[in-house]
Design a binder for this molecule. Structure first.
Ligand code: CTP
Length: 377
């Protein structure tokens, strides 16, 4: 039995970028041998084990054949006779099909190193089509590697277009789509994820709202804003929120899209806040006291002040700013507004004898008064 490091760990080390997790392939072993060596079986679909000490993933070399729709429609064949080359051949991309043994020897039967040098994202074989998620993986790797000059090979673009046209993308679970999307949002070129999917006609199936946006007049501005999000180091949620603002300022359009994508609560909340309130924040200096209070309440800053940095980062990107060094006076104005409003708290009014509805009315009156005074100062 022999083990090799494979996949992203070899790819990223050869590229000189940080490696976060390591996957191994085991050739010449059976399920029983692995169990006898103390490896813990974890794969439900495939024979995958965790190393007893390092807890890294070790998969038995296997071949795969598709037998139906979606992720579940796989038959695999793992046995001690399956060779390293056979295992590498069923993988998605040449740059992911490079193996390294424990003496540092590289096994690269499909030209992965050459594609790394020529910055090419290229499929290994027609078996790429057996897992439609690979279309999204190519889009994600594009968002991760475009800044290093990587582009999708034309023949891979063609194959991805054929997969999109076949209707296979519709069988992907929403969780798997979301996982790729979410990871792309914090890569150096998040916009590439959407552009690559659009180019193969996959975006219209997966997120038609975004396909429409990227076909329209705001496309270039939206793409630039996403690039700014990356240079501003925006969170995944702030980046998605920035994109959502370009779709619409109407929550009834954005909300169903986020529901369909199964975006977690924290993403949904931020996206809807940005859609509805980014314009007010960007023009905060033009707001009157009533509108300022409405902005504070709309953003729920009484309870959720910790969201301010995410909100302002997204608004910076929307304002066309690419760095934190450029002045963004709206941020200080928002902070000043919060300070003014927070200086009047319900507890102080309760101590003065205000109760129930009267307390609410008085709180609002005094806060508006303080905001007007601040405007005049
Ligand atoms: N793989 C594949 N097809 C998939 C998923 C994974 O061929 N749909 C193979 C690729 O060889 C990939 C390896 O399994 O490199 C490990 O997959 P994964 O850990 O998901 O991704 P990495 O390529 O390691 O990259 P990253 O961790 O950056 O996502």
């Amino acid at each position: 039995m022999k083990t090799y490091l494979v996949g992203g760990a070899v790819r990223d080390r050869l590229l000189g970028i940080p490696v976060y997790d390591r996957d191994w392939v085991v050739v010449g072993a059976s399920v029983e041998q692995m169990a006898a060596l103390g490896y813990r079986p974890v794969g439900r679909e495939f024979p995958v084990f965790l190393h007893p000490k390092t807890k890294e993933e070790y998969a038995l070399a296997r071949t795969e054949r598709k037998s139906g729709h979606g992720y579940k429609g796989f038959e695999f064949y793992a046995s001690p006779e399956v060779t390293l080359e056979q295992d590498l051949q069923r993988r998605d991309l040449t740059i992911n099909a490079i193996a390294e043994d424990d003496e540092g020897n590289i096994y690269d039967p499909f030209g992965g190193q050459q594609d790394l040098q020529q910055q090419r994202i290229r499929h290994v074989s027609e078996a790429f089509a057996e897992d439609p998620l690979r279309v999204l993986r190519v889009a994600r790797f594009s968002s991760k590697l475009a800044h290093l000059g990587f582009r999708v090979a034309p023949e891979t673009c063609q194959l991805m277009a054929a997969i999109a046209a076949s209707g296979e993308l519709e069988h992907l679970t929403r969780e798997r789509v979301w996982a790729e999307l979410e990871r792309s949002l914090t890569e150096p070129s998040p916009q590439r994820f959407f552009q690559v999917l659009k180019d193969c006609n996959g975006l219209q199936v997966l997120i038609p709202e975004l396909d429409l946006l990227l076909s329209g007049p705001e496309s270039d501005t939206a793409i630039t804003a996403l690039q700014h999000c990356a240079s501003l180091n925006a969170s995944a949620a702030a980046t998605l929120a920035t994109l959502c603002r370009f779709i619409s300022s109407d929550r009834s359009i954005v909300e169903p899209m986020l529901e369909r994508l199964k975006a977690p609560r924290q993403f949904k909340d931020l996206c809807l806040l940005i859609c509805q309130h980014a314009d007010s924040l960007l023009h905060i200096e033009q707001l009157n006291a009533e509108q300022k209070l409405a902005l504070y309440e709309g953003l729920d800053l009484q309870r959720r002040a910790e969201r301010i940095p995410q909100i302002t980062t997204s608004c910076r990107a929307l304002a066309g700013l690419a760095t934190m060094d450029e002045p963004f006076p709206q941020e200080q104005q928002l902070q000043r507004l919060c300070k003014t409003i927070n200086s009047i708290q319900p507890a102080a009014l309760a101590a003065q004898g205000f109760k129930g509805k009267a307390l609410g009315t008085e709180l609002r009156r005094r806060r508006l008064q303080a905001l007007s005074q601040q405007e005049q100062a």
